[in-house]
Design a protein around this ligand. Structure first.
Ligand SMILES: [Zn+2]
Length: 273
């Protein structure tokens, strides 16, 4: 028979490890955040991520520290001839970490791997129609966010999105907004909110989603890309792109939406863009 003392020891060790794990992770991350930021990486930021140099100095520092942790923790894998290098990693990480500033973060802890393709890629997704028939749907995508620890990105679209900072289109912000949304289960446009206004968030986002759906049906122009009318999860991802890249337009046309996103992201890009 397994000695009781041994069972007790194993259980106590497991419980201690579970309790200490977050502290150990945070200690390791603190060490990484204190590492010097390589000069070569700074040069990549200067060339590929002009957004970075618009930000206030304290946010630039935060972003660099997040970037060090992100690159240490995530696996990058290249497909169809892509060789992963510092340029690819820094350009992706800098944009992904924009969504983590000014608040406690667990660095997209469900996310393990980032797959990078040279250009837009083709996926086959089974969809079910009203009669329950499953169809294979071929789609060409510039990015995709999976719940099971994976983000897929087109390098061409990633780089273009980083270089053009004011067109409201950014595939990395889009896919990582989905990752935030997926941290609390299936993506539904309601990411975990620390601020108290959860009900207000739902009201504003629902109202704005309905407006975009109506505009789309009527063929009217809209600040937010029509793809956001697909469902609440896509609406949140599309709205996040515009929040970071066209904050003044969003403040003017959708002030309540801007205010909710400001509450979530804890930053105000209108002050520096
Ligand atoms: Zn999406």
């Amino acid at each position: 028979m397994f000695p009781l003392i041994l069972i007790f020891f194993i259980t106590a060790s497991a419980v201690t490890y579970i309790l200490l794990k977050p502290k150990l992770i945070e200690r390791r991350r603190n060490k990484i955040r204190k590492q010097p930021f390589p000069k070569k990486w700074r040069e990549i930021l200067r060339q590929n991520v002009p957004y970075f140099y618009n930000m206030p100095a304290d946010l630039q520092l935060q972003l660099k520290q997040h970037l060090l942790v992100f690159i240490d923790e995530k696996d990058f894998m290249g497909f169809e001839g892509i060789q992963i290098n510092d340029e690819i990693k820094i350009t992706i990480a800098a944009q992904a970490c924009l969504l983590l500033l000014n608040r406690d973060t667990n660095y997209y802890n469900k996310l393990k791997s980032i797959y990078v393709y040279p250009e837009a890629f083709v996926t086959n997704h089974p969809t079910k129609d009203a009669a329950g028939v499953v169809h294979e749907q071929r789609r060409v995508l510039s990015g995709e966010s999976w719940e099971l620890g994976k983000v897929i990105l087109s390098w061409r679209d990633t780089k273009d999105g980083a270089m053009v900072t004011d067109d409201g289109r950014n595939v990395v912000i889009h896919e990582f907004a989905h990752q935030l949304d997926q941290e609390t289960g299936s993506a539904n446009g309601a990411p975990f909110l620390k601020h108290k206004n959860r009900r207000c968030w739902s009201e504003v986002l629902s109202k704005e989603f309905d407006i975009l759906q109506s505009q789309t049906q009527r063929g009217e122009a809209s600040l937010l890309d029509k793809y956001g009318a697909t469902n609440p999860a896509e609406f949140f991802a599309v709205a996040s792109e515009v929040f970071f890249e066209q904050p003044h337009d969003m403040q003017e046309i959708h002030p309540q939406l801007y205010s909710q996103l400001q509450g979530l992201y804890q930053i105000n890009p209108a002050l520096w863009i």
